[in-house]
Design a protein around this ligand. Structure first.
Ligand SMILES: Nc1nc2c(ncn2[C@@H]2O[C@H](COP(=O)(O)OP(=O)(O)OP(=O)(O)O)[C@@H](O)[C@H]2O)c(=O)[nH]1
Ligand SMILES: [Mg+2]
Length: 434
């Protein structure tokens, strides 16, 4: 069973679940661990990975309108991205690249694809053939270089890779991007490792790419670890993503090499190279074609859930809570626009007009009310009390009456908010973080 299959099997445990409870999550987690472990993902990593998902799923409340399966998928996605990296964006500048990988993984083809990639972006490419093992490796890269419009260098019959690199670098010194192809083997032997180290030493590359075919399974992990300890892998290129392989081995490879995915090969042609796109790749791994759509809707729901409309409901509006709310609202610039967009221009938008100064005035006025007056509007409206409050706060009676008027607008608004779910939903969208 490859990793993708295992992940899908684990996800299937959540199909039809209506709640996320400890039991569901334990079953899911077990299945997820099985999948990861059988793909040679390192044990500590597996447990840390699944624990984060389990904890988060149990701690956080399932947002309204989201299926548990989708919610957990979102979490699995985020953890996978932490592991494999977010979208890859290579710097478009001169660099040297070393290609390494097992026999037949797609190194030579990808070398030419990368040449085309950088040439298309205005950087000339020079390719060095350091595959001194495979018959006709020289001719293969030479042909591909021509197709990619790149300059080729190789020394036929030469076995000393360090020498090839040295001479190649001298010959290709005006090329901006130098890419060095290397031999593949069916097993990593001492000779291949020595060869790679020799190339690495002479080339001093900026990138050391490990090329992994999407159809290799868990063995990719072990191989990646060995390549990594030999030369230090800086990024993984997954080839044959157009085929039947789902790229499960890639996860083992990136985790074993502690590197992110950089490119994806999607065909034999030189143009069939894509920058790694986490949503696309993980979607494929999980067998969800429209992962992007799913994530967007879950993340939307999560965002809305964090706003907690009930936080915005006013339990009991009195002058104290009114002041607190005004203070909160004055910090939200967009609120005004939102209000007028919703045709509520005469509601608290007015209450926010000249908000700084007004807020200070209102603070003073409310400060000179008695406790009872703050809780009871009718009491405070008593003309005698109004006069006293005004005197005590150093404001005019007109200011006090203005406060009452704004207070009533807020009250209307609060009621509307309470009684109208659609409105609440709409407003929640505009007020993230409230
Ligand atoms: N469908 C598909 N085929 C690919 C892709 N990348 C490479 N191939 C094919 O895989 C085969 C092997 O590719 P090579 O580039 O020669 O692989 P290599 O790693 O250089 O092989 P060795 O030098 O023998 O170790 C070729 O037939 C390629 O056309 C890909 O992304 N998709
Ligand atoms: Mg090759």
């Amino acid at each position: 069973m490859d990793l993708g299959e295992g992940l899908r099997k684990a996800m299937a445990r959540l199909t039809g679940a209506t709640v996320i409870d400890a039991r569901t999550m334990r079953e899911f987690t077990k299945e997820l661990q099985k999948a990861l472990i059988s793909s040679d993902v390192e044990l500590n990593l597996v447990f840390a990975f699944t624990k984060r998902i389990e904890d988060a799923a149990l701690k956080e409340k399932l947002p309204r309108g989201v299926a548990p399966k989708d919610y957990v998928t979102n979490m699995v996605y985020e953890e996978l991205v932490k592991l494999m990296g977010g979208n890859y964006e290579p710097a478009i500048r001169p660099k040297r690249i070393l290609m390494a990988g097992m026999y037949g993984s797609g190194k030579t083809t990808t070398t030419a694809k990368l040449a085309k990639f950088y040439q298309d972006r205005g950087l000339s490419a020079g390719l060095i053939c350091c595959d001194v093992t495979r018959p006709a490796a020289y001719e293969q890269l030479e042909t591909l270089a021509r197709q990619a419009n790149a300059t080729f260098f190789g020394i036929k019959g030469e076995k000393d890779v360090a020498k090839i690199v040295r001479e190649g670098l001298a010959k290709l010194k005006d090329r901006k991007v130098i890419i060095c192809d290397s031999s593949g083997r069916s097993a990593l032997d001492a000779e291949l490792i020595r060869e790679l180290k020799d190339i690495n030493g002479s080339l001093n590359p900026d990138e050391r790419f490990l090329v992994v075919s999407a159809d290799v399974g868990q063995i990719a992990g072990r191989q990646a670890a060995e390549f990594n300890s030999a030369i230090g892998i800086s990024g993984v290129i997954v080839t044959r993503m157009d085929g039947s392989g789902k790229g499960g081995g890639a996860l083992s490879a990136v985790s074993a090499a502690s590197a992110s995915i950089a490119f994806i090969g999607t065909g034999e042609k030189l143009g069939s190279l894509e920058l790694y796109d986490s949503k696309k790749f993980v979607g494929r791994l999980l067998g969800i074609p429209d992962l992007e759509g799913l994530l967007a809707s879950v993340q939307d729901a999560v965002k809305q859930a964090n706003i907690k409309p009930e936080d915005m409901e006013v339990e009991e509006l009195n002058f104290e809570t009114f002041y607190t709310q005004l203070k909160a609202m004055s910090k939200m610039g967009p609120l005004k626009n939102m209000m007028s967009m919703m045709g509520l221009s005469d509601l608290p938008k007015d209450a926010l007009e000249g908000s700084e100064a007004k807020l200070r005035r209102y603070g003073n006025i409310i400060g000179s009310m008695t406790k009872e007056e703050r809780k009871d509007e009718r009491l405070a409206r008593d003309p005698k009390r109004v006069a006293r409050i005004a005197r005590g706060s150093g404001m005019s009676e007109k200011d006090v009456r203005e406060l009452f008027s704004d207070f009533n607008k807020m009250k209307k608004f609060a009621n509307m908010f309470k009684n109208n779910r659609d409105f609440r939903k709409q407003i929640s969208k505009f007020m993230p973080g409230m």
